[in-house]
Structures are given as C-alpha cells and as structure tokens.
Design a protein around this ligand. Structure first.
Ligand SMILES: NC(=O)c1ccc[n+]([C@@H]2O[C@H](COP(=O)([O-])OP(=O)(O)OC[C@H]3O[C@@H](n4cnc5c(N)ncnc54)[C@H](O)[C@@H]3O)[C@@H](O)[C@H]2O)c1
Length: 271
C-alpha cells in the first residue's frame, strides 16, 4: 500500500494502458479519478477500482480542452479531497483517417491527422500539466507522470507525426521538471514499448495494409513479428508493467527522481 489514501488522476484511463495504470495505483491504496474522452469506458474502470475497496470517480474530459482539464482538477479536489498524482496517459496514434491514403509517407500525411495527434499527445499533456501546476506548487508536493513512448526515443518511419509528439513529451517533461523542482514536485515520463491495446490493434492493421513487405498478413501476425524482431526479451509488455513503473514514480521511493524518461520495453531502446 505504497500510495495509501493518495489521490490520482489518470487521463485516457478508460482502456488499454490507462486501465492498467489505474488498477496498479488502486492496488497500492490510491483513490483514482478515471478521466477519459469516453465516459462509459471510464465508468467501467471506476467500477473495477471500487471493487478493490478504493474510491473512484469517472470524469469525461477531452485533454485538448483547457477548460475541461481545469474542471477535471477542480472536481477531483472537491470530490476526493485533494490531488497528489497526475498521470497524463491519453494519446492517439496519428494514423491516416477518412479518405487519406493508407501510407506512412510524409507527403501523404494529412494536416488534420497531424493536428489531431499533436493536439491530443502534446498539447493535451501540456494542458493537464498546466492544470495541476498551481495546486502542486501551492502544496509544495505532487507527482506528474507523462506517458511517452519508445517512439519518442528515435525516429519511426511508419509513425512520423506520432513519434514527433512523443519526443515532444520527453522534452516537455524535462522543462516542467526544472520549473517545478523548487516546489518538490517530481515530473517524469514513462516510455512504454509494445503492448497489444486498441491502439496497437489499429497500428497492426495499418502495418498489414501499408507495408508492401507485410504482403497483407494478418494484423496479429504483424504485431507478433514486430515483438519477436524488435524486443530483445522477445515478448510484449503489459499494462501492469507500465502501471508498476508509474506506481514506483508516484511513490516515496522515487523522491529523488525527476526529469527522467524511463523505458519499459524489454530492452527495445537503451537510450
Ligand atoms: N500500446 C502501446 O504499445 C503503447 C506504446 C507506447 C506508448 N503508448 C502510449 O500509451 C498511452 C495509452 O495507449 P493505449 O495503447 O492504451 O491506447 P488506447 O487507444 O488503447 O487508449 C487511449 C485512451 O485515451 C482516450 N483518449 C483518446 N483521445 C482522448 C482525448 N482527446 N482526451 C481524453 N482521452 C482521450 C481513449 O478514449 C482511450 O481510452 C498513449 O499515450 C500511447 O501513445 C502505448
């Protein structure tokens, strides 16, 4: 119970990694606000947290909207009695939408797809960090954990806009860590490797259609091939692996860690 009675917000908490992070925080005694664009998903996760005996609240938030981010923090403080931990996890893949060519080439990337991924993954993380900063500064405590990706560690030719946003999250985290250090607020980022979630399901489908060498193989096989060839440990990570790292960064044990980007990727990246 390393986080007993602490209050956490997890954005994008309604599924995938976000759900895993919520459950790990709750198992360590935290009360969790599950924030997501999709309220029904957030409510399902909140119900699972309550089954563990922790307090939980589901909130609909679009992290692109500064007013909604502020409201998320205000409602948390009012309903849960405070806020100690922000996990900025909500993200999108930036893949081609609508009638855009199923292609990773920069000349085929549509401005609307670029704008969406930048708005959610980079501006959204900024908005959530900005929304908690005054509170954390005032109480001279707090933990912020932003979810980046191994894609932010070096270029990804299949995911050009996505990788750019994730590199941005690492830089943003370091700058905010410097600003908040005098207030004893720790700000770190976690870079997950490869986990089969709804996001990776979409990526694998895109890979099977967009990469000529994939020759139309099934999305699951694209995923398994990527895992087998790119991860030294030869297996995917799990939402719990990411949640455990978030718990550590939120705990007293990580009090001397700030401004860091931690890869949780079975050795896929070593920088
Ligand atoms: N799955 C992986 O292998 C992997 C690897 C590295 C990094 N990540 C990162 O982890 C995070 C979670 O990824 P995932 O695989 O669980 O994705 P996912 O698509 O399965 O889940 C993302 C969640 O974010 C929510 N969301 C989307 N747009 C939102 C918005 N504007 N406001 C609020 N919520 C919004 C969705 O409703 C969804 O519940 C993302 O930031 C992603 O980039 C995932």
């Amino acid at each position: 119970m390393r986080l007993k009675d602490r209050v956490a917000i997890v954005t994008g908490g309604g599924g995938g990694l976000g759900e895993g992070i919520c459950m790990c925080l709750a198992r360590e005694g935290a009360n969790v606000v599950v924030s997501d664009l999709k309220l029904d998903l957030a409510e399902q996760v909140a119900a699972k947290i309550k089954e563990l005996g922790q307090k939980a609240l589901a909130i609909q938030t679009d992290v692109r909207d500064p007013d909604q981010c502020k409201q998320m923090v205000d409602v948390t403080v009012k309903e849960m009695g405070g806020l100690d931990i922000l996990v900025a996890n909500a993200g999108v893949d930036g893949l081609p939408s609508g009638d855009a060519p199923v292609s990773p080439l920069i000349e085929d990337v549509q401005e609307r797809d670029w704008d969406l991924v930048v708005d959610v993954n980079l501006k959204g993380v900024f908005m959530c960090n900005r929304a908690v900063a005054p509170l954390f500064k005032e109480k001279k405590a707090g933990r912020i954990i932003n979810i980046s990706s191994v894609a932010g560690r070096q270029g990804e030719d299949l995911l050009v806009p996505y990788a750019a946003t994730k590199a941005g999250v690492i830089s943003l985290t370091k700058s905010i860590a410097l600003q908040l250090a005098p207030y004893h607020v720790n700000v770190n980022t976690v870079c997950p490797g490869i986990i089969w979630t709804p996001m990776w399901e979409r990526l694998a489908k895109f890979g099977s259609e967009a990469i000529p060498e994939a020759g139309g193989v099934a999305p699951e096989d694209v995923f398994n091939l990527v895992v087998a060839t790119r991860i030294p440990f030869g297996k995917q990570q799990t939402p719990t692996d990411i949640g455990n790292t978030v718990v550590f960064l939120a705990s007293d044990e990580a009090s001397e860690i700030t401004g860091q980007a931690i890869n949780v990727c079975g050795g896929m990246r070593m920088n």
